[in-house]
Design a protein around this ligand. Sequence first.
Ligand SMILES: Cc1ncc(COP(=O)(O)O)c(C=O)c1O
Length: 416
Amino acid sequence: MSRISDLAKWMIEHPSAIREIMTLVAEFEKHPEKWPRRLIYLAGGWPQDPPPETLRDKLREIINNDELWKKGARYSPTVGYPDTLEAVANYEKEIWGRKIDINNLVFGLGSSEQIGAVFLALINPGDEVILTSPGYLNYKRQLDLELKLKAKVRYWRIINKDGLFDPDFDTLQNEVISDKTKLIIITTPGNPDGQVWNDEQVRAVMDIAEDRSIYVLFDLAYRAFIYNEDNVPKYLSKAPGEWDIWSCTLSKELRIPGWRASYLIIPEDIKRSLDTIEQARTLAPTSIIQITLEKFFKDKSVLHDLSIFYKKGAEKYRLAAQKTIQLLREIPNIGILEPHGGFYVFFDVSSYDRDSKRIWKELINQYQVALAPGIDFNGFDGWLRLSFAPVIESMELLEEGLNRIKEFFNSYKGSK
Ligand SMILES: Cc1ncc(COP(=O)(O)O)c(C=O)c1O
């Protein structure tokens, strides 16, 4: 008999592409002498600019205070400390203009974990979940894992044949949704596509979903990185509804992916199910981080500084996107989907090779530049994703990476 489960075997056969790239990066770092050039890593979505300095001050305050230090060492309630949830509600109101009651909030250990809990809370075997194509790669793997392969995933293509962002609601309604659809997931700004859904598009999805009692989960991981502040959609401040779930991770906006901190805004009636599911899965989110964030989000002057931090951050990322596009345009015959937010530029290289994994591998082996292949983003082959987040502090590296990419395509002999 096998020592591991069939499910574990399946997961080994289907590893996370980005995590796999990280293994490769570790190999590069360990043995740089094996390669002609230093690796330029443009694959993962980790912001390399530092978190706000005031966050460090708050953490220091807690470490220096006996009472808070002790509280930070204890277990918190599974859904988070009420004081933390109050502080999160304050942050939502002051920064995002969203009014929420703490009964609509659940604090957690990162959105990956929390979205897994949402799957367990909502989905029965045989139910269907709609993911966008392209779309964030981890949901499918999570659904496979959490629901033991029994949920069916359907893809809704949101980029049209001309390579433009163009979600088609008739297709969603008439071809993708079925009687078994339980959940639709929308990421805005998108990963890998960088598209910001506008209010009409979000309203259209919500109307279709509400009409058929389907939940819509909005992943707002990149909401603080919308490049044009005049274009920030109103749904970011929408009050919680009956069928909408909002996943808010602090990984990207506060530049703390290693802290594992996030919260969900959910309909009140599913809070108890998330509570009891997480009692079994995680027991509780990290106390010391909750207390730090509580102090942080309740402080008026911090929130004032934070809005400036977000503004400057969005501008910095916009400039990186602009530089990326400008240099990619020098490569003939590629199609660029211009991003309006987030960390990524997604581009069509199918005129060189439809096999994005082959191109991706060749680029690492020949030019030591790591991107992410489109096939991993819900099957969008023929495209590549470039993340400028890992080099956001060094535009020279971004430029060097893009120059290598250009050289690579100039001499690429792969098959179509
Ligand atoms: C769209 C999206 N959602 C969620 C996550 C994961 O966030 P967390 O660190 O909260 O697990 C990522 C990470 O890249 C992401 O791109």
